[in-house]
Design a protein around this ligand. Structure first.
Ligand SMILES: Cc1cc2nc3c(=O)[nH]c(=O)nc-3n(C[C@H](O)[C@H](O)[C@H](O)COP(=O)(O)O)c2cc1C
Length: 362
């Protein structure tokens, strides 16, 4: 696997370090290169449902709808935060948001820091609300930026990226591993929790806190809930390795000594199991994401304690490789698999699915 990751990356300008250039490189890398974890999995393969040979339901009567922060979703699914802030991002975000609106999923925009820095590509974000008027859309900003804005007393500046998409919530991503591996990454994580607390108090909309593929521990979840965070998206290990993506942005000579961090993180299933009892007691929502690739994994995540499941790279890859038809086919398959798991466990609705016991696969 190491050798595979050390292949030279063609046609990607690794020298470009502006926010705009980086966002474009990220999409090129996740779609064109092997950026999955090498050996760590999302952990969901450790669980299985008990097969129900007498489900006594009609597949057609299965209901996947659910509520999320007071809004109706047709299925417990989120298109995770991805892109924005460069020319082609407008085309991508339009297609993703149109799909979210058509299927009734929630959707996140990619980090909108670029839109705070410069107005050139604002439409690459705002297009999402214009094509998805009814969709639950959340804006997105990084931990380092939150800490910086809090330090200078400017948290309310984030209102501009909330208004940009008339967002229903703001997601703050915690990405210390990614920043550590990123050639130009921010390495000062002091003041992030204080910044999150200020965002909760000053912005007047729900705050979602997410990782980007290294997971959130029970201890961190507890700290977040204590400062008023309503939704935690675990974005655990086992899918896209953001250490991997950033390692591939380094010169070839440096990739070998950075490689031990490629598989760093807490597997998604472990995060869900650890955090679900906390979110349940405190009336918060839990999103399972990080390496979710099919509807059976969505179903297992819900039975483990999550309220929704999020998918990032497989969604953007389906679109970039096969266009809108490929994207919609991928989503149709996910929904078939989710409904299939509900059928085979006799779960008429999401509430029943969440109550299904999971067997630890031996
Ligand atoms: C192309 C791409 C860009 C991303 N950009 C962001 C971002 O700007 N903000 C963020 O919170 N997460 C970002 N992520 C991380 C995803 O939201 C997600 O947490 C992570 O990729 C793990 O999910 P996956 O295994 O389904 O890809 C990005 C993911 C992809 C694939």
């Amino acid at each position: 696997m190491l050798n595979e990751s050390l292949q030279p990356i063609k046609e990607i300008n690794l020298k470009s370090t502006s926010t705009t250039g980086r966002k474009e490189q990220h999409v090129d890398l996740v779609v064109g290169e092997q950026v999955n974890f090498h050996a760590v999995t999302n952990g969901l393969e450790c669980y299985r449902f008990e097969h129900n040979a007498l489900p006594e339901i009609d597949l057609d009567e299965i209901e996947t709808k659910t509520e999320f922060l007071g809004k109706h979703l047709a299925a417990p699914l989120v298109i995770s935060s991805m892109t924005g802030g460069y020319a082609d991002a407008e085309r991508i975000n339009r297609a993703l948001a149109e799909a979210a609106e058509a299927y009734g999923f929630a959707i996140g925009i990619g980090s909108a820091r670029q839109a705070m820095e410069d107005a050139t590509f604002r439409k690459s974000y705002s297009v999402m609300r214009s094509v998805a008027p009814k969709t639950f859309i959340f804006s997105n900003i990084g931990a380092v930026e939150i800490a910086r804005l809090a330090k200078v007393g400017e948290i309310t500046k984030l209102r501009s990226i909330i208004e940009l998409v008339h967002a229903d919530a703001l997601a703050i991503h915690l990405n210390p591993l990614q920043e550590l591996m990123q050639p130009e990454g921010g390495k000062d994580f002091r003041g992030v929790l204080v910044g999150i607390e200020k965002a909760v108090k000053e912005l007047g909309l729900p705050i979602i806190v997410k990782e980007v593929g290294a997971g959130i521990s029970r201890g961190v979840a507890k700290q977040l809930i204590e400062v008023g965070v309503r939704v935690i998206d675990v974005a655990g290990a086992g899918g896209t390795s953001w250490a991997g993506v950033e390692i591939l942005r380094h010169a070839e000579d440096d990739r070998t000594w950075l490689d031990p961090f490629w598989d760093w993180g807490i597997p998604t299933a472990d995060c869900i199991k650890e955090i679900a009892p906390l979110t349940r007691v405190h009336g918060c929502s839990l999103i399972a994401s990080g390496g979710i690739t099919n509807g059976l994994e969505v179903a297992k995540s819900l039975a483990l304690g999550a309220d929704l499941a999020g998918i990032a790279r497989p969604i953007i890859t389906a679109f970039m490789e096969k266009g809108e038809t490929g994207l919609r086919t991928f989503i149709d398959h996910i929904l078939f698999q989710l409904r299939g798991a509900m059928f085979l466990t006799g779960s008429r609705d999401v509430k029943a699915l969440k109550a299904q016991p999971l067997i630890v696969a031996g």
